[in-house]
Design a protein around this ligand. Sequence first.
Ligand code: MET
Ligand code: ZN
Length: 735
Amino acid sequence: MRCVTDDFPASTVLGYPRVGPDRELKHALEGYWDGRIDRAGLDRVGRALRADTWHRLAQLGLDGLPSNTFSEYDQVLDTAVLVDAVPDRFRERSEPYFAMARGADGVAPLRMTKWFDTNYHYLVPEIGPRTRFRLVADKPLGEVREARELGYETRPVVVGPVTFLRLAQAAPGSPAGFAPIDRLDDLLDVYVRLLTALADEGVAWVQLDEPVLVTDGGSPAVRHAYRRLAGHGRRPRLLVASYFGDIADALPALAVTAVEAVALDLTHGVPANVDLLRGKTVVGGVVSGREVWRTDADSARALLAGANATSVSTSCSLLHVPYSLRGEDVLPGRLAFAEEKVAEVVELARLGPKPGPVPVAAAVGGSPGVHELRVELLNRREGGVPTERNGRAERSPYEVRALAQRDLGLPVLPVTTIGSFPQTGALRAARREVAAGARGEAEYEELVRAEIRRVVEVQERLGIDVLVHGEPERNDMVQYFAEHLDGFAVTRNGWVQSYGSRCTRPPILHGDVRRSAPITVRWARYAQSLTDKPVKGMLTGPVTIVAWSFVRDDLPLRDVTMQVAEAVRAEVQDLEAAGIRVIQVDEPALRELLPLRREEQAGYLEWAVAAYRWATGGAGDATQIHTHLCYSNADEVLAAIDALDADVTSIESARSGTAVQGFGRGLGPGVYDIHSPRIPDVAEVTARLRNALRHVPAERLWVNPDCGLKTRTYEQVEAALANVVAAARKVRSVL
Ligand code: MET
Ligand SMILES: [Zn+2]
């Protein structure tokens, strides 16, 4: 066995971005899936990215280097493979890993949902009473060896057993009452074997990520799992890493185990009972892995002192921030991306803890402009507290609106889409050229119009009832609005992984948000001029705009969201004035911002709903307001979705299986999953519609895909939508 150091390194990070500084992994994966590069080519890219990361972290002076933080798709999926929790339907495939992630012909992928309250998505493992766990440790061992060849001893990072099971779902066909956590002991057998294998490999420390401790801290599973793992003789030292919140509730359980180190997310404050950890190493997560703002050294050192931390780290993996500020000239002096954050960690480790006043999270105050606008908005809505009554005062009750919207002349089971159509390579290239100054605005404008003509023509030909313009002018549903609003900055290359090979470039909200001119009106008006069918104007809602941006951390999120709502409201009114009769305001991130702790959820939902209703409440009764939600199981926030009071709600359902009961207004449960290239056939869509009709009356049921179509090709979209229209007609004919 190699030499094992007793002490945890003075500086480390819990994880690092992995798609590559120029999204090398994204390009390699997509090339591989399309058959443009082979397996060896994909492996080469992964290996080079891992090597670059270790070199860079070492160069920046970091002591403790993590490994197994790379992933070809998702770390939860990697963990499922690590314990061989591969459902039978994937086993026969040539590549079970990508089949689980993306589906394969005739085989549905695993469900995908948000990783806690971030915009990262993981694949939901399916665990049943008969899942046979078995250790398949090639990946963590491989990365340890790979790093060692380069001269680095690393700390493998693995999703912990409690988090893994809590995030899993019961495999289809499991008996009622079965929960994946019932399999904890069987899974722990495999983790014990993993620890032995890592010890045999000479690994000194292993990191088990247990973010679920934030919400699930008090449960006996935690104590049981870590008593057993830490009680196992032949193992590396254990670092249990929690993040995304305070884990005071979990500390008593962890404290009685022989776990050597605990990583705390101190950006949520110091747990009141941190003294319970005496005798263990406390790794202080003071450099936020989720914000892009520079760390205040005094506050960070005070937090380290308050938590008796002897080691400095990031609050969570840096997966959630872009690689580096190199090549950016955005907000000089105020930002830190992954590389800069590593430098902060190293510097804070050098400075050490220093007792001082501990800052309160999300200090109130900040920009006077935001404050004034908030007061102004709240006054206008009488009395300040956003209530049901305040919101409703804006629009008449649904029944009245539904009557006013009758002259839209829609059939029963109207067919619509969620907004985007395929983003062609030509459009993306043109946008890059405009940004680089190599192509004129006017020429680009004409390209967008041509695309709108194509999208309208396709929809008319297919027989869609409520048309969209296809969003060809948008690179991204949040960034596009950020680029057109004051108060946001955008980066050149600040990509962050959203899921698999998909990345977004979150804008940075740094000042008062204002709309100085209409943003989408000319596109919607142009599309409407081409058809007699109603064209749906497409906007992104205020909650989603802030959720998918990096928001200044010294301002209360609700005030900032209210400002964004004011801008969206103005856009809604301008669309209406331009003759657009149907307007969709998307809120796919409503669930994502839901606080992890139950006590905080009602307060959040109240302001989130109020912001949405402020954004849409200026529309007249005859204007039909749609909203759209996706990416996560909406079941937990159904009451809030209902409170948005949209006339029509389209919701991801085909992939997530969200229940559709209990809606008092129009509802479009998605009839097929657009995240997979699979074309749904008529029978399948018909069956879904018939099923939906058991819960939703025909006059309120809408027909639409799960989400926007921008990641698909025209060929796939036309084939799928033709089947959707055929299914809608078939079901209509027998109503
Ligand atoms: C993630 S929700 C996407 C909604 C958007 N209107 C689109 O169709 O792409
Ligand atoms: Zn969507």
